[in-house]
Write a protein that binds this ligand. Structure first.
Ligand code: ATP
Ligand code: MG
Length: 286
């Protein structure tokens, strides 16, 4: 098994980067039993704050705040060193960072998987697509050599909004996938620091995060179990649909409002592992 580095990023503020980083760290540590390093490259250190305050798990947290003014080549060099140092002892490293245009794409290329949380407003969908396309356009050889995977994570979405999950501008990229959506949690502050979302007493929240986490974990496992790519590989581009067609479960409006019985939660989470077998299918063009 080889260690994996994940970057959770977008240039947009408030899209759920820190919430997703911390909760993914909790899920991979507790449910999947991996040692996790969580590095907060944002000054406000929200994700490490969540991980430190949430009971359960044993996550190594590091604050390594970059500021906009510091996003020069030299600081990105520091960021690379920081990343290497803090990821040394972990199976999986998760870095939380708000991207700004001064930053060097070289840093993004340090990671095996990039998760880009995005809301579904037209402007944000477009800016997420532009962000990813610009990165790929300027780095396709390196991305290809590293076999990097980019996951767009629809974040804070409402039940019933699933049909709006379309990132068609990314449809031709073989390394790009759309994850199951993360639904908006009403009164989220009542749930923060109580437990990681995948362990929430509210089954809908737990199930939702388990589905998201399992999807990400499947992608990670493919990488963990594969040898480190040593050379440039075949074509960077192939046809792939990046609109989220959704599982029947998610297409049911009100999935959040009609949670399964309490004692079914873990069972359902286990079921989802096999249920998720068909996920690559919904990413294919119909
Ligand atoms: N699924 C969700 N449902 C409801 N609220 C959410 C959800 N995810 C995050 N939030 C809330 O949205 C706000 C922004 O979330 P978060 O801090 O994770 O985003 P961010 O992208 O890291 O923001 P920043 O750019 O400031 O670092 C927070 O108040 C958080 O509690
Ligand atoms: Mg944040």
């Amino acid at each position: 098994m080889r260690p994996i580095k994940i970057l959770v990023t977008n240039q947009k503020g408030g899209v759920g980067k820190s919430t997703i980083s911390a909760n993914l760290a909790g899920y991979l540590n507790i449910d999947k039993n991996h040692s996790i390093s969580l590095i907060d490259f944002d000054k406000q250190a929200s994700s490490t704050g969540i991980a430190r305050k949430t009971p359960g798990g044993n996550i190594q947290t590091y604050k390594a705040g970059l500021t906009y003014e510091q996003s020069s080549g030299l600081t990105m060099l520091d960021a690379k060193t920081t990343l290497r140092n803090y990821s040394k002892d972990a199976d999986i490293t998760i870095a939380d960072l708000t991207w700004t245009y001064g930053m060097s794409y070289d840093f993004m290329n340090e990671f095996d998987v990039i998760i880009v949380p995005s809301s579904l407003s037209q402007i944000e969908t477009a800016s997420t697509e532009i962000f990813i396309l610009e990165y790929i356009q300027n780095n396709s050889a390196k991305i290809n050599a590293k076999e990097q995977v980019i996951l767009v994570a629809p974040s804070r979405i409402e039940p019933g909004q699933e049909s709006e999950i379309q990132f068609n501008g990314l449809g031709f990229l073989s390394m790009c996938f759309v994850t199951p959506p993360i639904y908006r949690i009403p009164d989220i502050n009542k749930h923060l620091h109580i437990s990681y979302f995948f362990q929430s007493q509210q089954e809908a929240i737990a199930n939702n995060f388990c589905e998201f986490g399992s999807f990400v974990y499947r992608k990670l496992k493919e990488k963990m179990e594969s040898p480190i790519p040593a050379r440039l590989t075949a074509p960077a581009f192939s046809i792939r649909n990046t609109s989220y067609v959704g599982s029947p479960q998610y297409l049911k409006a009100g999935a959040l409002r009609e949670p399964p019985a309490k004692n079914e939660v873990r069972h359902k989470a286990a079921e989802k592992e096999s249920f998720l077998d068909f996920i690559p299918a919904f990413l294919r063009r119909k």
